[in-house]
Write a protein that binds this ligand. Structure first.
Ligand code: HEC
Length: 137
């Protein structure tokens, strides 16, 4: 829900509207504007807090990052395939080596899967997601 939608929705709960609003009187207009501004500020604040939580890395969704940036190759016939035994030997090198190679690139593997905007933690989460089915075998 966008901030705009939130403020529009909130207008319906404006206590002022319990009686039929008469926006032609100055008093009505002022009350109405104050309420709208207050609620818009609250909605903006809520949106801001939500963004901060995501930027802190609390909400990294490794599977979504994998699907968006890595599945094209690792589920699409290029490079070691998700869930295949190709990973058994690679995993022996240790998770840290896999992270480093995913971040810096190796052979046909582009750095960060070709998406420079991914943070180290996001790439690592995608690696975790990629090798999980092999580890669980
Ligand atoms: C353009 C295709 C392509 C994309 C996109 C891609 N990979 Fe790869 N990946 C490869 C290939 C090819 C290899 C094998 C490289 C080699 O060992 O020579 C590989 C290897 C790897 C390895 C093993 C490295 C090692 O040390 O053995 C990891 C981990 C990995 N990719 C993770 C990812 C992650 C995470 C993403 C998404 C952020 C991703 N890859 C996106 C092609 C791709």
């Amino acid at each position: 829900m966008s901030v705009r939608q939130v403020s529009v929705t909130l207008l319906y709960f404006c206590p002022h509207h319990k009686k039929t609003p008469d926006l032609t009187t100055l008093e009505d207009k002022t009350m109405h504007m104050r309420f709208t501004r207050l609620m818009t500020a609250a909605a903006l604040l809520a949106g801001l807090l939500g963004t901060t939580a995501a930027a802190n890395g609390d909400e990294i969704d490794g599977h979504r990052i994998y699907e968006d940036n890595c599945a094209g190759c690792h589920d699409g016939g290029r490079g070691p395939q998700r869930g295949s035994d190709d990973w058994t030997q690679r995993l022996e090198a240790g998770q840290q080596t896999l992270y480093t190679h995913a971040i810096e690139g190796i052979g046909g593997m582009p750095a960060r899967g070709g998406n420079k905007s991914l943070s180290d933690d996001e790439v690592k989460a995608a690696v975790d997601d990629l090798v999980a089915p092999t580890k669980d075998k």
